[in-house]
Design a protein around this ligand. Sequence first.
Ligand code: CIR
Length: 263
Amino acid sequence: MSDAAFRFTHAVTRRPCAAITAGLRAVDTGAPDLAVMLGHHADYVAALRGTGATVIELGPLDAYPDSVFVEDTALCLPQGAVVMRPGAPSRLGEAAEMAPHLEALYAEVRRIEGPGFIEGGDILVTGQEILVGRSARTDAAGIAELTALVTPWGHVVREVQTPPGVLHFKTDCSLLDAETILATDRLAASGCFAGYRVIPVAAGEEAAANAIRFNDLVIMADGFPRTAERIADAGYAIRQIGNSECARLDGGMSCLSLRFTPR
Ligand code: CIR
């Protein structure tokens, strides 16, 4: 089992833009408040930096309302990065915006050229494999193209299913360590985590499942006390960050960064 799945020297984030009020959402609960979101975002970046990592903060991109959710634009592996092809038409251009930043950090950057689609939120890299959930944003052709790109780097890709009505695979799960996954019951019930230790989020706290393990910290959204207690009881150090505004746009802790150790 390798710690490479959660020990990182670098992260990339992007500050939310004024157009965030037009971000995609499944259910409209009102526009996010940019000032509040900026505060949460600053706390998030500080938590990443506090683990000793270098955090590259990119500037706001008003042409792309959802551009704060950088995770969907790329998959960053030790051997190289793969620029995604988002399935949301309004987000397609975000991937091209990210590519030069990755090229500055990595010797090798590959691209999903299509016709398939794939978003980083559907990809969970564990200590042993890469799980990719088929969803409304990620299709079989996108997964096949990713598989062809990363298999030569020694990775094993396994296609799984994002639950119907759930935005991304990682909306419902997170890696806590190389063999431990935090997951909702609805996702774990599919059997896709056989062979892993699963810590279930508490009933009614499904939105807590989108967390990240980043170096010594589990960074999770605040407001989920029973799930936080379960994670702490399992021995992990937790940092809780406000997520009220990103949650209005179906975003959470994983969406806000690319996390990696370039070779
Ligand atoms: C979207 O619908 O694309 C954004 N509003 C939220 C993206 C969240 N990203 C993620 O889960 N990786």
